[in-house]
Design a binder for this molecule. Structure first.
Ligand code: PHE
Ligand code: ZN
Length: 856
């Protein structure tokens, strides 16, 4: 087979049901690192007319035997290519039958970590999206669902699969999962593992055994994951009325994992960085993320597993909803306003960026070549935003009724976005035809708002327009429904109109407000009520007014961010700005009545990437070096103007007593670190040095290390950290990435180069690879260095990684996705690097699709 086959695209419009019904799946594993035997028994029956039986199965499956109702079919009726095994209809009975296959596979050679592979001596699986076809021949698609019975022969002490345990003895285990599921939710783990265990009684009285399985020695870092699981189980009962449905729930931590975690039925498999945490090794952000991802995977049990996706185009059906649910959970567990601001920051940094570049696609795409390339910020984070809008439009009660109907109507099914919208229509009576565009259309609408004040009549009119720029393959962008949450504030700071949602449905539309005494200040897009770019002419004084007086915490923070961004844009163009911002931040820093976490967010300047994005939104070519300088300069001015205030905050926000990862102390640490980050520009790094030596937790230690590196005096701290944590992979990942992130831009690629030559740069480990390449990509001016060193370094490693692990190579290639917005020199160099990748012999389908889209 040639390496340069034409790409095969899949289209939503081509969907058709699988022509066979699968009643049961039985699997038997004989585990051995390089020669595992898999016997499969599938109880099938033709759905309507008899057709050829097409089973997915990769090149790595060595077929040992094949039988239909106990007999080998005529070889003339069996054919195989790189992707599928086909048994001609002529060899099949037109009635229920049993297909038996036996294959041999080599988990020890599996460096792509898809299917059955080995990590640190243990066997584990990753099947979403299409990994099961590397384990056995199977209809590997989410709309084919069956109960599974799995037996495992292995000398490993712990043998796990989905569902409930049926039998367990030395060298053998059998598991039964009664809930019909698609193959992507299958999982198997065999290893030398230890568990921390607990129990949970569901509200209808089911007693569930809970286990978090880790490598021996890691038990003392698994407790927080267990606490998070229990909170999640309770929350899903309380808020969504959803109970767990098996006798056991297992979580396993593995060191080699392509993604964050996976919701396999009853057997969630996690990247160890999202399970293991201790104050000595994990930061506050790590803890918050562990809690959120444990919840996310647990919530999938209903939104994803009990109701799954008909096909992979519907991925956001489970992911958007489950992200939305984990966001709700975190806002209930921690500070809701802070969580909202953090989510919007992520959305803008990752999804807006995606939407503005060559990789833009709708939350529900209708075409892909490699589905693994569509586990994106658009499918996940925008998918969640769309649900937030829906909830705002139908109200909390309407949302609750729609969700109850969704679970009632579709339990046990593989559903679509149409099914999802239909339950909202049926439960609320609302027509969602126009709303559906949020799912099918790519791009971020640009919303403009102008004010017209009639002083005599006491009347304010708000004039809105919406427009969305074309995205690849979609030129026509009809108007969408946009919920715009608005409040009005009087000049003395009182709210004259509490939050109201305006529903915009046209390309241009006006809304009037009467009986106003004085001209109010408009607080717009409160809570970030829609994922749009809002443009309005606002002077810095009004922004500062909103930062001081808005009652909506998101809008308040947004006013501060706008103030910062508008100053940074001007500064990066070599002109003077920022006085209002510096004053306003001083007032906020001094406001001890405000939530420390909120103040920390406001004291953190927008990142360089964000400034670049704002500039290009405004039609200006961003200059990474000028942006870096401008941001540095403004931070220094803040520090100089408020040195005493910040020093006071740094002292007062120290948290006494033992470390707890809770929101309150974490907020104090966040504010303390924000102050440190500014003071570090003027104290030469002295505070950071003291903090590094005395910190009793990883949050402050990492912040101090980063500050020291930025002052060019981090060597001793790096060494100390390595001496102490050299054998802890997760800490060493941080150690790698911080050095690249905090390097001066001109040296970033060289630093990355030096680190890549270290013996402990275990590049096949996805976390380590991401630490280094992701660290460089996060150093905006470093990655985009004008000499192209950042691009070349990244391209070289992507090509190397592609041969071992195409998913990781493809995912990390998104470092390049913004290339078209830079100047001609950078564009040439980036395009050159991408062209080199595209021309690579034997490039994977994953990486090829990504680079082709980026240089199209
Ligand atoms: N479905 C997983 C999650 O969100 C993500 C994942 C996708 C993991 C593909 C592995 C492979 O929650
Ligand atoms: Zn998910």
């Amino acid at each position: 087979m040639s390496q340069t086959q034409a790409p095969i695209a899949r289209h939503l419009a081509d969907y058709r049901p699988y022509p066979f019904v699968l009643n049961e799946t039985r699997l038997e594993f004989q585990l051995a690192p390089s020669a595992t035997r898999v016997r499969a028994e599938l109880a099938l029956r033709p759905r309507a007319g008899l057709e050829d039986l097409v089973l997915d199965g990769g090149k790595g499956l060595r077929l040992i035997s094949l039988a239909i109702d106990g007999a080998a079919p005529d070889p003339a009726h069996v054919s195989r290519d790189d992707e599928v095994l086909t048994i001609a209809a002529a060899a099949l009975p037109d009635a229920p039958f049993t297909l038996r296959t036996e294959v041999e596979i080599d988990p020890s050679a599996n460096t792509a970590f898809e299917g059955l592979y080995m990590s640190g001596g243990m066997f584990c699986t990753q099947c979403e999206a299409e990994g099961f076809r590397h384990i056995t021949f199977y209809p590997d698609r989410p709309d084919v669902m069956a109960p599974f019975r799995v037996s495992i022969h292995s000398d490993k002490p712990v043998l796990l699969s989905n569902g409930n345990p049926v039998a367990q003895r030395e060298g053998f285990a059998e598991w039964h999962d009664p809930w019909p599921k698609p193959s992507y939710l299958f999982a198997l783990v065999a290893g030398d593992l230890v568990a921390i265990s607990d129990r949970f009684a569901t509200r209808s009285g089911r007693e569930v055994d809970l286990n978090v399985w880790v490598r021996p020695g890691d038990q003392d870092r698994a407790g927080f994951a267990m606490e998070s699981l229990i909170k999640s189980m309770r929350w899903d009962e309380d808020v969504y009325g959803r109970e767990y449905d098996l006798d056991v729930f297992n979580i396993v931590a593995v060191d080699d994992f392509n993604m964050g975690a996976m919701e396999n039925k009853g057997l969630n498999i996690f990247n160890s960085k999202l399970v293991l945490a201790s104050p000595e090794t994990a930061t506050d952000a790590d803890y918050e993320r562990i809690e959120a991802v444990i919840a996310h995977e647990y919530f999938h049990n209903w939104t994803g597993n009990r109701i799954t996706c008909r096909d992979w185009f519907q991925l956001c059906l489970k992911e958007g909803l489950t992200v939305f649910r984990d966001q709700q959970f975190t806002s209930d567990m921690r500070s809701a306003p802070v969580k909202r601001i953090e989510d919007v920051r992520t959305l803008r940094a990752r999804q807006f960026r995606e939407d503005q570049g060559p990789l833009a696609h709708p939350p529900r795409p209708d075409r892909y070549e490699e589905i693994n390339n569509f586990y994106t910020a658009t499918v996940y984070e925008k998918g969640a935003e769309v649900i937030g809008m829906l909830k705002r439009l139908v109200g909390d009660d309407g949302y609750a009724r729609a969700l109850d109907l969704y679970f009632d109507r579709h339990d046990g099914e593989a559903a679509t976005i149409e099914d999802w919208l239909k339950v909202f229509e049926d439960a609320t009576g609302r027509d969602l035809a126009q709303f559906k565009r949020w799912y099918t259309d790519a791009g971020t609408p640009r919303l403009t708002m102008a004010e017209d004040w009639d002083a005599e009549a006491g009347r304010l009119r708000l004039d809105f327009t919406q427009a969305t720029a074309p995205t690849p393959g979609q030129d026509d962008k009809p108007p969408r429904v946009i919920p715009i949450a608005i409040g009005l504030i009087s000049p003395n700071g009182d709210e004259v109109l509490p939050t109201q949602v305006l529903e915009m449905t046209e390309a241009r539309q006006s809304f009037g407000f009467d009986s106003l005494g004085a001209r109010p200040v408009v607080s717009a897009l409160r809570g970030f009520s829609a994922p749009v770019m809002l443009e309005r002419l606002l002077d810095d004084a009004t922004r500062a007014f909103l930062l001081a007086h808005d009652t909506d915490p998101f809008a308040r923070w947004e006013a501060g961010r706008d103030l910062a961004l508008s100053a940074l844009v001007v500064l990066s163009q070599g002109r003077e700005a920022g006085a209002d911002y510096v004053d306003a931040i001083g007032r906020l820093a001094a406001d001890d009545g405000a939530d420390p976490a909120f103040r920390a967010l406001c004291l953190t300047l927008p990142g360089e990437e964000e400034i670049a994005t704002r500039l290009s939104e405004q039609g200006t070519t961003p200059d990474p070096d000028a942006i870096h300088e401008a941001r540095d300069g403004l931070a220094r001015r803040l520090a100089e103007a408020h040195a005493d205030l910040l020093a006071g905050l740094f002292e007062r926000m120290a948290v006494a007593g033992p470390y707890a990862p809770d929101a309150e102390p974490a907020a104090r640490r966040a504010l303390r670190i924000a102050a440190l980050g500014l003071l570090n520009r003027i104290d030469g790094g002295d505070r950071a040095e003291v903090l590094f030596g005395t910190a009793g937790n990883m949050t402050e230690r990492m912040a101090a290390l980063s500050c020291l590196l930025r002052r060019g005096r981090g060597q001793a701290a790096l060494q100390a950290m390595h001496d102490r944590f050299g054998d802890n992979r997760l800490v060493m990942d941080k150690w790698f990435s911080v050095q690249v992130m905090a390097a001066p831009p001109a040296e970033a690629a060289a630093v990355a180069h030096r680190l890549a030559r270290r013996g402990d740069f275990d590049w096949k480990n996805p976390n380590r690879f991401r630490a280094l390449l992701g660290g460089l990509a996060a150093n905006h001016a470093g990655f985009h260095a004008a000499d192209g060193a950042g691009y070349d370094f990244t391209a070289d490693w992507l090509m190397k990684m592609d041969k071992a692990n195409p998913q990781i190579a493809a995912r990390m290639s998104t470092a390049f996705e913004t290339w078209p917005r830079y100047d001609a020199t950078r564009r040439d160099r980036a395009r050159g690097a991408l062209g080199r990748i595209a021309a690579m012999a034997g490039i994977s389908r994953n990486l090829r699709e990504m680079v082709t889209r980026m240089i199209a």
